[in-house]
Design a protein around this ligand. Structure first.
Ligand SMILES: Cc1ncc(COP(=O)(O)O)c(C=O)c1O
Length: 364
């Protein structure tokens, strides 16, 4: 009653996986990106459900996330997309987790740590083809690989890159990256696992599938509604709370901190148990909607730390304890994270990953 909660539809996740799976060739692997607690959906339940649907590659940002997956899923492939330090090489080997090599120095230190253990560490080479973030510069790949081969300690298991920009109707920028990625692959054995495409690339550019596609947001149900895309998916997460008070207020009544909203008519204000401390963005103050009783109600006044106020309307019939939907569907109405992200001038990724991890996740 006093807290909001999150409902995750694992069946719909499975449908999303199937929609992707049937759209891409059988030989193309799907690597599910489950960093940031599976985009706020809960790492292990998502990984388990996806694994039951046949996904056997998972990508995370940090080693601790990889260890959690290994604990739950002993046989899947796990790749850490972020930096892993040489002091953890032992753990990587023991738990069969792939790190990426991000630059020559990193590769040398990882190789040396493996050699000190008398082993070779299987790694994926991360290539910067134009993202300007992590990875060996595309035009320095051959030289870097040569030096790392000479130094020893590493075994090339994969090579990857990341698109900075993918436009469905303007492939130029991504094409440049794809060409650089292809050239970089020549420096590595031909059997290595090659992957570059995140969601938008997989949706629109089959030619860049390579060995597998690294998919995040589309499998959580965003960004894949365009009929021109190779597949369509729908959101799997709903965020709900309850009405904790309903009050009748007159016209011209100030609501919330600094009275940024004044009622235009006598109405009923429903106070809901959610606030910015839970990840409900303050930019939704006086701009967002919530669903109560199957109707849209405006968020009025400023979003505060633990509560928001919604205008339920003069004769709403809304009662204390009623369910309110922040993200999701109620009756015929729906509010999804992309709607909120537009209001907040951000992206659905941020709306989803901002939902506080401590809030209860219910898996359906
Ligand atoms: C390196 C890398 N690969 C893949 C992804 C997945 O992207 P998307 O959710 O757009 O599929 C991300 C997301 O942040 C990423 O950083």
């Amino acid at each position: 009653m006093n807290h909001s909660w999150v409902e995750i539809d694992l069946n719909r996740l499975r449908q999303n996986v199937r929609a992707l799976r049937t759209a891409i060739p059988e030989k193309t692997a799907v690597m599910l990106v489950v960093k940031a607690d599976a985009y706020g959906h809960g790492l292990i339940p998502i990984a388990k459900a996806a694994s039951a649907e046949g996904i056997n590659w998972f990508a995370v940002a940090f080693l601790d996330e990889a260890l959690k997956i290994r604990e739950a899923l002993p046989d899947v492939n796990i790749l850490v997309l972020g930096l892993v330090l040489p002091e953890h090489v032992n753990l990587l080997l023991e738990k069969r987790i792939f790190p990426v090599v991000t630059c020559l120095e990193h590769g040398l230190s990882m190789g040396a740590a493996a050699q000190a253990l008398g082993k070779k560490l299987p790694v994926h080479l991360k290539v910067d083809t134009g993202m300007g973030r992590l990875g060996v510069q595309w035009n320095e790949v051959s030289e870097t690989v040569k030096k790392l081969d000479e130094a020893g300690g590493l075994e090339w298991a994969g090579v990857c890159s990341h698109f900075a920009r993918v436009e469905p109707d303007a492939p130029d920028h991504a094409s440049v990256q794809a060409v650089r990625f292809q050239a970089a692959q020549n420096a590595l054995p031909s059997h290595v696992f090659r992957h570059i495409s995140s969601s938008r690339a997989a949706l629109y550019y089959p030619e860049w599938d390579f060995s597998g596609v690294r998919q995040g947001i589309v499998l959580y149900g965003y960004g894949a509604t365009d009929p021109k895309g190779r597949f369509q998916t729908s959101p799997i997460l709903q965020w709900k709370t309850r009405v904790v008070q309903v009050k009748k207020v007159p016209a011209d009544y100030a609501v919330g901190y600094y009275g940024t909203y004044r009622t235009e008519y006598p109405t009923q204000i429903a106070t809901l148990a959610v606030g910015y401390a839970d990840g409900y963005n303050r930019a939704l103050s006086n701009r967002g909607d919530v669903l109560i009783g199957g109707r849209r109600c405006a968020v009025v006044g400023r979003v505060s730390m633990n509560w928001i106020a919604a205008d339920a309307g003069p004769d709403s019939g809304v009662k204390v304890g009623d369910e309110a939907v922040l993200i999701g569907k109620q009756g015929e109405e729906a509010i999804w994270a992309d709607e909120l992200s537009k209001i907040c001038r951000t992206i659905p990724y941020e709306i989803l990953t901002s939902i506080h991890a401590a809030l209860e996740r219910r898996y359906i």
